[in-house]
Design a binder for this molecule. Structure first.
Ligand code: ZN
Length: 83
């Protein structure tokens, strides 16, 4: 007797985490800190309240343009902040 057809669980659609064309586009904007004209521009991933996780970078949808100084400040704050 043959086994009945196996029912496979529905897989959640795979999230595309990286989009180089989007990050390139974001990097074409000025620093998003009001009044800041710093250069060069870095593309930063926003981690709070987005789809990242512990040791998981959020998708490239969650990027902003920051000058290198603001980007560096954001990284320092992130190391001391559990969120
Ligand atoms: Zn800036």
């Amino acid at each position: 007797m043959a086994l009945p057809q196996r029912i496979r669980p529905d897989k959640a659609p795979k999230v595309k985490r990286r989009c180089p064309s989007h990050t390139k586009w974001v990097g074409e904007f000025a620093c998003c800190v009001p009044g800041c004209a710093g250069r060069p521009i870095e593309v930063a991933h926003v981690r709070v309240g987005t789809n990242g996780g512990t040791s998981v970078k959020p998708t490239d949808d969650w990027t902003i343009s920051l000058c290198r100084m603001q980007w560096s400040l954001m990284r320092k704050r992130r190391k001391s902040c559990p969120f």
